[in-house]
Write a protein that binds this ligand. Structure first.
Ligand code: ADP
Ligand code: ZN
Length: 207
């Protein structure tokens, strides 16, 4: 029950809805922590409640132009790839009640104002994204979105080295680019003691 409240905030949402505005929910964590699963779960429940749902994700390369969001465990949900936050805003229809956004960290900073505006005009906005980049630095615009959200959920993965609580996305290939799209081929979940902060460190593969 406590956990269900923590993840769903059902009572708080009901109260906010009575005021006539929408609100912002942000789901953050490392790669493999279940952000997309949690986003898809909330979107499916909204659709079961017969609410009008629209889902967006950033169009950053061919892999991401596929018109769906997908979790590492294979769950899927239809989505519109968009190039910018402004394009996202232009595609939200007046009747839409729930706006889902995945991979929020790949949007430009304008997403912060847009998400705020959507919530103010009555939409429930759910944004999932990485809160840290592969070096462990805050990954804008997620910190800004966390600041303005009514509800925040932090998800954790399992450290692949020790089985502990993973809060970091360790890059396992050599690249200094902040955006290096990949999954288990390029990243693994690590806890604080197993994470090696610098991608160019020779200890990236300690064993
Ligand atoms: P995220 O969106 O945070 O990257 P996903 O929702 O796509 O996460 O995937 C979560 C799923 O990834 C888990 O349910 C599990 O099946 C799988 N998975 C793979 N590696 C791990 C790991 N190290 N820790 C936890 N889950 C993992
Ligand atoms: Zn560990």
């Amino acid at each position: 029950m406590v956990e269900e409240l923590a993840f769903d905030n059902t009572e708080e949402r009901r109260k906010v809805r009575q005021n006539g505005t929408g609100w912002i929910e942000v789901i953050v964590g490392s790669m493999f922590s279940g952000k997309s699963e949690e986003l898809i779960r909330r979107l499916n429940r909204a659709r079961i409640a017969r609410q009008k749902v629209q889902v967006f994700k950033p169009r950053i390369d061919a892999r991401y132009s596929v018109e769906e969001i997908a979790s590492h465990s294979g769950q899927k949900h239809g989505s519109n790839p968009v190039a910018t936050a402004a394009e996202l805003m232009s595609l939200v229809s007046a009747e839409t009640q729930v706006v889902g956004i995945d991979e929020g960290q790949f949007f430009d900073m304008e997403i912060v104002d847009i998400v705020n505006e959507l919530a103010t005009i009555g939409k429930r906005v759910i944004v999932a994204g990485l809160d840290q980049d592969y070096t462990g630095k805050p990954f804008e615009p997620m910190p800004q979105l966390l600041s303005i959200a009514e509800f925040i959920t932090k998800t954790h993965a399992i450290c692949v080295k020790c089985g502990g609580t993973a809060n970091y996305s360790q890059r396992t290939v050599e690249s200094d680019a902040r955006v290096e799209v990949g999954a288990a081929d390029k990243y693994e979940a690590r806890c604080r003691s197993c994470f090696v902060p610098h991608a160019d460190s020779p200890t990236i593969h300690p064993d």
